[in-house]
Design a protein around this ligand. Structure first.
Ligand SMILES: *[C@@H]1O[C@H](CO)[C@@H](O)[C@H](O)[C@H]1NC(C)=O
Length: 243
C-alpha cells in the first residue's frame, strides 16, 4: 500500500512538475577563495546553506524549490579573528560567522538575482551592479527553452574603477567599486526623488562606464530592457566567480 502511494505521488509530481527542484552549481575560477552568500526573497524559504566557503578551483551545489526567488553574491578577503569573529572586506553580511542567516550583504557587491518560474512559466535572472561591484561573475541556465543566455559581469571592473568609487584593500589594491549612488548619494544616480521613474532616470557617465565594461549586467536601477534574461524550465544554473 505504502509503496503504491509513493509511486502515485511520484507520478503526480512527474505529471505536474510540482517536485522539480532547480540546482545552482557554484564554481570558483578565481585564484583566491570566495565565500558564497545566499539570501531568499521575502516569503521564500532559506536554502539549505546561507553562506559557505568556496575555495579556488572548487565547485558546490544547492537546490531550490519551484517559484523560489532570491540572490547570491560572493564575499572576498574574509578571515576569522582570534576571538572567532568571521568577517569579509567585501560583501560582508555582518553575522560574524560564515552563514548569513537572512542578512543582506554590505555593498559594493556584484549580485546574482534569480526568480524561478513554476507551472511552465519562465525563470528570470540577472547580474546587478546597482549596488556596486566586487567580483566578476556569470550566471547561465543549463537546459530550458527560450532566451536562456549567459548573464554576468565578466570584466575586472576593479581595474577600471574611477578613484572616487574605488574601495581599497590590502596593499592599496582596489577590491571593489562602489555605485555612484552609494558614493555620492545623489538622487540622479540613485533614481530616487524627482529621478524616481524610468523616464526621469537615465544612464549617467558612471553607469555607462559599468555598462560598457559589463553589457550583460544591470548598471543602474532602471536599466532593465537589456539586462534581465528569461528561460523556461532549465534544470540547473551555473554560477561562476571569475568566469
Ligand atoms: C561624471 O560626471 C560628473 C558630473 O558631471 C563629473 O564630476 C565626474 O568627473 C564624471 N566622472 C567620470 C568618471 O566621467
Amino acid at each position: 500500500m505504502k509503496g503504491l502511494r509513493v509511486v502515485a505521488a511520484l507520478l503526480i509530481c512527474l505529471i505536474t512538475g510540482a517536485a522539480a527542484t532547480t540546482t545552482f552549481e557554484f564554481s570558483n575560477k578565481c585564484s583566491y577563495s570566495v565565500w558564497v552568500a545566499t539570501l531568499s526573497g521575502a516569503n521564500n524559504p532559506p536554502l539549505s546553506q546561507t553562506g559557505f566557503h568556496l575555495p579556488s578551483s572548487s565547485s558546490s551545489s544547492l537546490t531550490a524549490p519551484p517559484a523560489w526567488s532570491g540572490r547570491f553574491w560572493g564575499r572576498s578577503f574574509c578571515s576569522t579573528d582570534s576571538s572567532g569573529h568571521f568577517s569579509c572586506l567585501t560583501g560582508d553580511c555582518g553575522t560574524a560567522q560564515i552563514p548569513c542567516n537572512g542578512a543582506g550583504g554590505s555593498p559594493p557587491a556584484t549580485l546574482i538575482e534569480i526568480t524561478l518560474g513554476s507551472n511552465g512559466n519562465a525563470d528570470f535572472y540577472d547580474v546587478s551592479l546597482v549596488d556596486g561591484y566586487n567580483l566578476p561573475v556569470a550566471v547561465g541556465p543549463i537546459g530550458g527553452t527560450g532566451d536562456c543566455r549567459l548573464a554576468g559581469c565578466q570584466s575586472d571592473l576593479n581595474g577600471k574603477c574611477p578613484p572616487e568609487l574605488a574601495v581599497d584593500g590590502p596593499g592599496g589594491l582596489v577590491i571593489a567599486c562602489k555605485s555612484a549612488c552609494e558614493a555620492f548619494g545623489d538622487p540622479r544616480y540613485c533614481c530616487t526623488g524627482a529621478y524616481g521613474t524610468p523616464s526621469t532616470c537615465g544612464p549617467t557617465n558612471y553607469s555607462t562606464l559599468f555598462k560598457t565594461a559589463c553589457p550583460m549586467a544591470y548598471s543602474y536601477a532602471y536599466d532593465d530592457r537589456t539586462s534581465t534574461f528569461t528561460c523556461v524550465g532549465p534544470k540547473s544554473y551555473t554560477l561562476t566567480f571569475c568566469p
